[in-house]
Design a protein. Structure first.
Length: 397
DNA sequence: CTCACGTAGCCAGCCTGTAG
DNA sequence: CTACAGGCTGGCTACGTGAG
């Protein structure tokens, strides 16, 4: 896919698919005019996408019926596309196409805007990526495409109230429910994951853990009947099954992209929001937390590396990412050749990538070419964000 | 299609540090 | 001293993309 560079295009065009591949960007004339006018009228006259994302977001808050929604819908196309591609590449075999997944994601723009909080120090695109990814996974999961949450993870995430409702919903007797809930409490007490994060793929507890759970259960159980570890395991599986059937609502149909769709009709074709499953909310929250933590960690790593670079390298990064100069302009300003600028930039990015790669390896993320591509994209986005923020700060001082 | 522009790859040459 | 490796730069040019 060709990423959009022009600020007007970024806020006024939409992805068109052809035979499940990115075909082209289609511009909505009304949005284009609106964006051009806004650019002319803006006292800052900036072409920074973060600025405009925030601008349209704030306008959308004040006037939800305005064109702001259309601009943001256009803006988040790439985030939706990359989320869809990531899922198609890494998680599903399957009959679901890239265009299909993209559609699952992009229908959530409304929800994203409602859930977004600009005060959290999180940019809209990152926030949207998190929601897009979890939305697609959840929709696929509902269609039995991927099992992204093991029974054991689900059991750990459930609240007491929710599990009780699920068991009641499954038609169990109050005595049985009480036993199951007690067993579940023991399970939660004993089976605490050692590794933070990655809790969705929590594995089945080992036999020692089951014995410990059974021991705790038997010590707390008011009746004298002793239950074996195997029974407890069966109960927990029954709880997970009940929770799944209780938590997942009937799957709403997803609008598929319409081939040859006229670009002028997109507003009329916005799919309606689907009913939210509770699990989606749980996963989304986890996804956002993970992202925020990761973003903070990435920032710390990169800021440290940049501080170690020589002065000229730092200056080049600042001019390129902060002031958006071309290599030619930088060459003239710094009195060095364009190709030297290019090489230094490449070298800086290499240094930063190396640090990021090291960081991701420390998290035991294997560095496949896809991962590296993602890291590289994250790095570029981070650099742009980093230098536009430092510029904002220095202009205020 | 051509043309302009921005970027980066290729190759040669220079400089510096190090080992023998 | 020489030989060599590694890093950097200069010059040229290919490639991708957008505009006309």
């Amino acid at each position: 896919m060709r990423s959009r560079q022009d600020i007007v295009e970024i806020f006024s065009s939409f992805i068109q698919f052809n035979a499940d591949r990115f075909s082209n960007w289609v511009t909505e004339p009304k949005l284009r005019r609106s964006m051009q006018n806004s650019l002319i009228q803006s006292p800052q006259a900036t072409t920074k996408e973060n600025f405009w994302a925030l601008y349209w977001y704030k306008l959308w808050l004040a006037q939800p019926e305005s064109l702001a929604f259309g601009h943001l819908y256009a803006y988040l196309q790439e985030a939706g596309y990359w989320a869809a591609q990531n899922i198609v590449t890494n998680f599903t075999s399957s009959q679901h196409t890239l265009a299909d997944c993209f559609q699952m994601a992009i229908t959530k723009v409304d929800k994203i805007l409602q859930g977004f909080n600009s005060q959290q120090g999180f940019n809209l695109k990152n926030y949207a990526s998190a929601i897009f990814t979890s939305t697609i996974k959840e929709t696929l999961r509902q269609r039995q495409e991927v099992d992204i949450c093991t029974d054991w993870s689900l059991l750990r995430k459930l609240s007491h109230k929710r599990l009780e409702e699920a068991l009641q919903n499954a038609g169990l007797s109050p005595e049985k429910i009480a036993s199951y809930l007690l067993a579940w409490n023991c399970f939660k007490t004993i089976y605490v994951p050692i590794q933070a994060g990655a809790t969705r793929q929590l594995a089945k507890p080992d036999s020692v853990t089951w014995e410990a759970i059974a021991k705790l259960y038997n010590s707390q159980n008011p009746s004298t009947k002793i239950h074996q570890a195997e029974t407890l395991e069966q109960w927990m599986l029954a709880c997970a099954k009940a929770a799944r059937s209780y938590l997942y609502p009937t799957v709403a149909s997803i609008n598929t992209p319409k081939p040859g769709q006229d670009s002028g009709e997109w507003l009329d074709n916005l799919p309606e929001l689907q009913g939210e499953s509770l699990l989606t909310n749980i996963i989304t929250q986890e996804e956002i937390q993970n992202r925020q933590t990761q973003y903070k960690q990435i920032s710390e790593v990169l800021v440290a590396v940049i501080a170690k670079l020589d002065v000229q390298a730092q200056q080049i990064l600042k001019l390129y990412y902060g002031e958006a100069l071309t290599q030619q302009q930088m060459a003239a300003q710094l009195d060095i050749k364009q190709y030297t600028i290019s090489r230094r930039l490449t070298k800086c990015r290499e240094e930063l990538l190396k640090a990021l790669a090291q960081w991701s390896q420390d998290l035991h993320i294997s560095l496949t070419s896809d991962v590296l591509k993602n890291i590289s994209a994250v790095l570029d986005e981070w650099l742009q964000g980093h230098y536009s923020q430092t510029e904002l700060k220095s202009s205020r001082e």
